[in-house]
Design a protein around this ligand. Structure first.
Ligand SMILES: *Cc1c(COP(=O)(O)O)cnc(C)c1O
Length: 432
């Protein structure tokens, strides 16, 4: 494929993507395939000779799409949202085109510098304490990780290094191994300190947890993978109070802030806590500016060496939607969740199982777990909408998460009518 064919085919693909997203409502949200469906549909080996673009594209609808779960369908209410917007898709094309590997400032200065500034913009949108911002002379700063899980691991490793060095400085006779085997990490049954847990979107009280960590000189990492995006709205910001006690904080713009996967935003108060844990300087990665104190080499802030130019997605999305556009997106989802909540509350056969704060509603039929498992099975077998369950204490609960950028009240209304009908079926089947 040369540049002129790329121009043509690229534009065709843009049309395909726009058609796909515009027409996604018409596709069944959940695929009707069995494990292993794909292998018999394609050759057992890669072609020796090049094939035509048309042949690849024709196979998309035949082979790939039948096995796709359409996460951006307005009938997708499972897990949590995964963000998608046109500005972000466009930025991702550019990211692929530049295709740099921004492990150090010198490896592509704009890749590093835009990330630092975008993380400051985002930190200010959340009203994070000044200490988390890089500014021009700050000790803190932000970094884009691939996932919240990665951010948690990075925080854990940084905390381990920090405490090990502190104890070794105080008692030089202690070996690293002797210290490490005594280290303890505290967490609840919902993981680290969390704002917006995955199962039911509950919130830890940072104003209780924070002072204890401070008093005991313990690293406090806060995971707000899903709910963090909502803190750009002043009415939700109070849930982040206490973040000033944290050493590190993380949330996923790729969940709820219209930035396509992957983009997990992590801030630390002291960048040296991260670089202290991850710094390695082989000679082929050294460059003349690195010890100036003026620049960031992000390879010291993360586990991998390589990294993509992901901040382009933030830049395009922030500029083309504005904070107001992003706030409107969050508010619409929260409002739709409350709409679903009130529909559930109007039917006395159902119950709401956790406070609805963001875009997630946990609900169930009053009755046994078995009854609710049967209901979920009917819902997902019907394939009109898609939900996943969770356990709250010993109860089997259905999670209704507002996910799609395109979801409207009519879809939520439809989903509820559908759930209610299937609920009647399982109640009837139970009596028989
Ligand atoms: C989604 C979620 C995660 C996992 O996020 P990844 O980026 O996929 O690792 C972690 N914690 C919470 C609270 C989440 O909601």
């Amino acid at each position: 494929m040369d540049a002129s064919e790329y121009r043509r085919r690229g534009k065709e693909m843009v049309d395909y993507v726009a058609d796909y997203l515009e027409g996604i409502e018409g596709r069944p949200v959940y695929p009707n395939v069995e494990p292993g469906y794909l292998r018999p549909l394609i050759p057992t080996e890669a072609p020796q000779e090049p094939e035509a673009f048309e042949d690849v594209i024709n196979d998309l609808e035949k082979i790939i799409m039948p096995g796709v779960t359409h996460w951006h369908s307005p009938y997708f209410f499972a897990y949590f949202p995964t963000a998608s917007s046109y500005p972000s898709l466009i930025a991702d094309m550019l990211c692929g085109a530049i295709g740099c590997i921004g492990f150090s400032w010198a490896a592509s200065p704009a890749c590093t510098e835009l990330e630092t500034v975008m993380m400051d913009w985002l930190g200010k949108m959340l009203q994070l304490p000044e200490e988390f911002l890089a500014g021009t002379a700050g000790e803190g700063g932000g970094v884009i990780q691939g996932s919240a899980s990665e951010a948690t691991l990075v925080a854990l490793l940084a905390a381990r290094t920090k405490v090990t060095r502190r104890l070794q400085a105080a008692s030089p006779e202690l070996t690293q191994a002797a210290i490490m085997e005594k280290l303890v990490a505290y967490f609840s049954d919902q993981v680290v300190a969390t704002l917006g847990t995955t199962s039911c979107c509950s919130f830890d009280n940072l104003l209780e947890v924070g002072p204890i960590c401070k008093k005991e000189d313990m690293w406090l990492h806060i995971d707000s993978a899903y709910a963090g995006s909502a803190f750009i709205c002043p009415e939700f910001r109070h849930l982040l109070n206490g973040v000033e006690f944290a050493d590190s904080f993380n949330f996923n713009p790729h969940k709820w802030l219209l930035v396509n996967f992957d983009c997990s935003a992590m801030w630390v108060k002291k960048r040296t806590d991260l670089t202290g844990a991850f710094k390695l300087d082989p000679v082929y990665l050294k460059h003349s500016h690195q010890d100036s104190g003026l620049i960031t080499d992000y390879r010291h802030w993360q586990i991998p060496l390589g990294r993509r130019f992901r901040s382009l997605k933030l830049w395009f999305v922030f500029r083309m939607l504005g904070v107001k556009g992003l706030q409107a997106h969050i508010r619409k989802h929260v409002q739709l969740a409350h709409m679903f909540e009130s529909l559930v509350r109007q039917d006395s056969r159902f119950e709401i199982c956790a406070e609805v704060t963001m875009g997630l509603v946990c609900f169930r039929l009053k009755g046994s777990n078995q009854l609710n498992e049967a209901l979920l099975q009917r819902i997902n077998n019907a394939r009109k909408i898609h939900l996943v369950p969770c356990h709250l204490r010993d109860k089997f609960v259905l999670r209704f998460a507002i996910c799609s950028r395109m979801v409207e009240s009519a879809h939520v209304q439809f989903a509820w009518e559908h759930i209610r009908e299937l609920g009647e079926d399982v109640l009837r089947a139970e009596k028989e």
